[in-house]
Design a protein around this ligand. Sequence first.
Ligand SMILES: Cc1ncc(COP(=O)(O)O)c(C=O)c1O
Length: 378
Amino acid sequence: MNLFEVYPLFDINPVKAKGSFLWDDKGQQYLDFYGGHAVISIGHNHPYYQAKLKDQLEKISFYSNSVQNDLQVELANKLGSLSGYEDYNLFLCNSGAEANENALKLASFHNGKKKVVYFSDSFHGRTSAAVAVTDNPKIVAPVNASDNFIKCDWNDVETLETIFKTDEISAVIVEGIQGVGGINLPDEHFIQSIRSLCDSNDAVMILDEVQSGYGRAGYFFAHQEFDVKPDLITTAKGMGNGFPIAGVLISPKFKASSGLLGTTFGGNHLACAAGIAVLDVIKNENLIENAEKIGAYIEDKIKKFKHIKSIRRRGLMMGIELDQPCAEVRSSLLKKHFVFTGNANDKNVLRILPALNITEKEADIFIAALEDILQNLN
Ligand SMILES: Cc1ncc(COP(=O)(O)O)c(C=O)c1O
């Protein structure tokens, strides 16, 4: 059987990883400044994470959500306390798309309405409702499309107000910081307006923190830069440091009932062990503070480099906007300097998402590589 070829692949086969580095099958070392799409939060194969997973493997790996699972309770308590959302409830699932799908369903169950507002350049995943609120017609199949989904421009409060005047809105879904779109930061007024429009129209505010959450942006959740509390918060990527786990943080105003949401794999024992390990390491090693410290360090060192038009950054979520498409720079970083970085829908933006525990010394490798490439670019 062949693989269904939906991914453009680099000709690199990593066989080992540790901290911020990967090694391929030929022994070549790579610096990971992308974390496999923002997934690696506490560094590859962190010893505490490895020990927790190994220990859990020795005990029990999986049983379904029809039995008690103390690990889910421990994870929920630790997540509540580290994020500041102690009074919210947690629904565990497996991927970012699934978290958003469940959030959109929950909103609609809650207020009985069906129209959802989303924003230009958004990415919320590839399942049915999640892809319908993603601003990329190429990945929306006819079966996903419907007039329940209304697009508004990013940071455009005026249009948002008009939409609320003309339609019965169930939910507004917004990324804490847009990732795939090109590291687009929301204005405070925009986020506050979503909150107040949702409040006055019985609509649900959904914050997608799948990429921008878990300490990445220098706050536990990126939206915590502002004084706002969403009704639902979705999380995935950094939550398991590579082990598939995702969640919806649910405000106490939503009432749970048996069978309302569900999943076979969500919140299984191994996934919870990974999730608990990540939270312990983020807390014990002060990784949220480190994200802001190293992010600021990198920004300061590179801001005067040739060809950089702007830097959009919170913590270690950074978009480096060049004065030209970044494909050549990204390819040279990988092939000449062996550094992984990411791209975005905005072709000029280099997306930087390293592990939250990178050091200045590791950052210096990236900084020197970027300087070398930009200096020699026309
Ligand atoms: C903001 C955001 N939401 C949702 C998703 C979808 O997550 P997953 O690929 O785990 O379904 C992504 C993935 O890139 C994302 O960046």
